[in-house]
Design a protein around this ligand. Structure first.
Ligand code: NZQ
Ligand code: ZN
Length: 391
C-alpha cells in the first residue's frame, strides 16, 4: 500500500428528514445562489421544499436555471455574472452531477479574474472558491462529495475535468425519496456511472490493498443487486437509499487511497474515452461508460487478465476457470447486467460510427498529457483499438 492523505470534509445529511436541514446549513453562509437543471425539481417537489427551508431560516436567495446534461461553460459564465451582481456567499446546487459541476465552476470563477475555462484540462486548479452546497436528486456522478468538476466547451467541442480541494462541497443533502421520479434510463445511467467509479479504482497494479479491494467489490455487488430493484420498484425507499449511499461512497475518494500511482488513483482511461464520446455526441455519461468499460476490459484482459479475473471471481462468483476464461466470463456478465438495465453496450447501439475515432483518441491522450491509464498505459493506437472493439 502506498502512503496517502485522505481528506474529505463534506458533511453528508442523509435520509427522510434531511431536506429540513437545507435552510439551516445555508444560513451559516448567507445569501445563496440556487443552481438548477431543466425543471425536474419543480415536478417532484424538491424545488418547493428547498425554497420553504430557505425561507424558514431567513436565507436570501437568487436562482440560476437551465443547466443542461454535459454542462456548458457558457452557463458557468452566466452564473458567475449573476453571483457577482447579487453578492452571494453560497452556491447551492439542486440536481445531479451536471448542476453540481456547474455550481463548482461558478464558485471558483467568482473570485477569479480570468475565464473559468482556464481551469479545465490544465494544471492550473483553482485555490479558492465560494462555498458550495448540494441537494442531490440523482445518485450517479458522486460530485456531491468529490473534488472534481467536468464541463463542456461548446465552442471547442471539448469536455474536460478539473480537480481542486476548494471544489469539495461543504454539505450535501441526500434524501433518497427525491430520486423516486428518476426516469428508468437515468437510474440505469447512474448505476453505470457509480459502478464505473468503483471499477476505475479497482484496476490498479498496487499490491497489498486488500481492504479497498474488498470494499470496492462489496460496493459493486450492491450496485448490481439494487439497480434492477430500483427499476422494478422505483418508490422503494430502502432500494433508493442503498444506491444513493453507494454512489457517494464510490466517488468520495476513500476507496482509492493507498492505491494506484501516487497512492490516490485508479485507472480512469475508460472515463477519458467516455468523455470524448459525450463531448462529440452529447450522450449520457453512464450510457457511454456501459459501452466503453467492456471494450476496455477486453483490451486489458488480453494483456493481463489477473485483476479482471479476481473481480470476476469475487463479484460475479465465477469459479473453476483460468484467469483468461474468468476475465472473459466476467465481461460477458457485466454486459448482461448493462443490457438488463436497457443500457447500450456497443457504439452501434447508440448510433455512433468510427468517423471520429482518430480525433477522439488524440484528444483523450492530450487531456491526460500523454499519460492515459494505469493498469495498462494506453497509446493513441490502443485507444483506437478500444473504440474499434466497442463498435
Ligand atoms: O435537468 P434536470 O431537471 O436536473 O434533469 C436531470 C437531467 O435531465 C434528470 N434528473 C436528475 N434528477 C432527477 C431527474 N429527473 C427526474 N427526477 C429526478 N430526481 O436527470 C438528467 C441527468 O442529470 P445529470 O445531472 O446530467 O446526471 P448525472 O448526475 O449523471 O451527471 C452527469 C454529469 O456528471 C459528470 C458527467 O461527465 C456528466 O457531465 N461527472 C462528474 C463527476 C464529478 N464531478 O466528480 C464525475 C463523473 O465521472 C462524471 O464525469
Ligand atoms: Zn463517471
Amino acid at each position: 500500500m502506498h502512503d496517502f492523505v485522505y481528506h474529505n470534509t463534506t458533511k453528508i445529511i442523509f435520509g427522510k428528514s434531511s431536506m429540513d436541514s437545507i435552510g439551516r446549513e445555508a444560513a451559516l453562509y448567507g445569501k445563496t445562489m440556487l443552481v438548477f437543471g431543466g425543471g425536474s425539481v419543480r415536478e417532484n417537489g424538491v424545488y418547493d421544499k428547498t425554497i420553504a427551508s430557505l425561507k424558514e431560516n431567513g436565507v436570501e436567495y437568487c436562482q440560476l436555471w437551465g443547466v443542461k446534461p454535459n454542462p456548458r461553460i457558457s452557463k458557468v459564465r452566466e452564473g458567475i455574472l449573476m453571483a457577482r451582481n447579487e453578492g452571494v456567499s453560497l452556491i447551492l446546487a439542486v440536481g445531479g452531477g451536471s448542476v453540481i459541476d456547474t455550481a463548482k465552476a461558478i464558485a471558483a470563477g467568482v473570485p477569479y479574474e480570468g475565464d473559468p475555462w482556464d481551469f479545465y484540462g490544465s494544471a492550473k486548479a483553482p485555490e479558492i472558491a465560494l462555498p458550495v452546497g448540494v441537494v442531490l436528486t440523482i445518485p450517479a456522478a458522486g460530485s456531491e462529495s468529490s473534488m472534481s468538476s467536468v464541463i463542456s466547451n461548446e465552442e471547442t467541442g471539448e469536455k474536460l475535468g478539473c480537480t481542486a480541494e476548494c471544489f469539495l462541497p461543504r454539505f450535501a443533502v441526500m434524501d433518497p425519496q427525491n430520486t423516486y421520479t428518476l426516469p428508468a434510463y437515468q437510474t440505469a445511467c447512474g448505476a453505470s456511472d457509480m459502478l464505473a467509479h468503483l471499477m476505475e479504482r479497482y484496476f490498479v497494479r498496487t499490491r497489498c490493498c486488500d481492504l479497498t479491494d474488498r470494499l470496492i467489490e462489496g460496493a459493486a455487488q450492491t450496485v448490481i443487486e439494487f439497480a434492477p430493484k430500483a427499476l422494478a420498484d422505483p418508490e422503494n425507499y430502502d432500494v433508493r437509499a442503498e444506491l444513493m449511499w453507494t454512489g457517494c461512497i464510490a466517488h468520495c475518494d476513500i476507496l482509492d487511497r493507498g492505491r494506484g500511482e501516487n497512492g490516490r488513483g485508479g485507472d480512469w482511461a475508460s472515463h477519458q474515452l467516455e468523455h470524448q464520446l459525450s463531448a462529440f455526441y452529447d450522450i449520457a455519461h453512464g450510457a457511454g461508460l456501459s459501452v466503453i468499460f467492456p471494450a476496455w476490459l477486453k483490451f486489458v484482459s488480453g494483456k493481463d487478465p489477473a485483476k479482471p479475473a479476481q473481480f470476476g471471481r469475487r463479484v460475479f462468483g465465477i469459479t473453476g476457470l483460468s484467469d483468461e476464461e474468468t476475465a472473459q466470463k466476467m465481461i460477458s456478465s457485466l454486459e448482461y447486467f448493462y443490457r438488463s438495465l436497457s443500457l447500450p453496450v456497443r457504439l452501434s447501439d447508440i448510433g455512433i460510427g468510427r468517423e471520429n475515432f482518430d480525433e477522439m483518441a488524440k484528444r483523450a491522450l492530450e487531456a491526460k498529457r500523454g499519460k492515459l491509464g494505469s493498469y495498462i498505459r494506453l497509446t493513441e493506437d490502443d485507444v483506437k483499438e478500444i473504440y474499434t472493439i466497442a463498435e
